[in-house]
Ligand binder design. Structure first.
Ligand code: FES
Ligand code: FES
Length: 157
């Protein structure tokens, strides 16, 4: 039987206590046990950014983290961030600029863009591209995504 540990965490604002396999990745825990499938899995090697989410407010790659590591921490996924309205401006801008095509990269991209906005400073298009450079998108060529993020950044001035 797999070695299990008990964790107490807060997922999208809701406290949760659960026994988890010591070897289960955070992304798998969220998707398979909690049905939070907005966190996508692409490479599962920390490269593509599809699994990005927030742990204690910091963006992380949930394919590289174990569920056991969020014991005592807060996890915010794209579902919770969308429900709270934290991503409303970005959602609207992505829709307006057609920055989501197949949508596979979009949850991770939105959370990375949210992190970018939290820097609270102006950024050039080149800086925006660099900031989101760890999130791969196979569809858009990034132009529309940069347009969307830039427009929200402009509004927040
Ligand atoms: Fe985690 Fe690609 S699935 S970085
Ligand atoms: Fe398809 Fe980005 S919209 S991978």
């Amino acid at each position: 039987m797999a070695f299990e540990v008990e964790i107490a965490t807060v997922i999208n604002g809701t406290p949760l206590r659960r026994r988890v396999s010591a070897r289960q990745h955070l992304a798998d825990f969220l998707r398979d046990e909690l049905e939070l499938t907005g966190t996508h899995l692409g490479c599962e090697h920390g490269v593509c950014g599809a699994c990005s989410l927030l742990v204690d407010g910091e963006i992380v790659r949930s394919c590289l983290m174990l569920a056991a590591q969020v014991d005592g921490k807060r996890v915010d996924t794209v579902e919770g961030m969308s429900e709270s309205g934290a991503l409303a401006g970005l959602h609207a801008a992505f829709a307006r600029r057609n920055a989501a095509q197949c949508g596979f990269c979009t949850p991770g991209m939105l959370l990375t863009a949210h992190e970018l906005l939290a820097q609270g400073r102006p950024m050039s298009r080149t800086e925006i591209r660099e900031f989101i450079g760890g999130n791969f998108c196979r569809c858009t060529g990034y132009e529309a995504i940069v347009d969307a993020i830039e427009s929200v950044l402009e509004q927040s001035k």
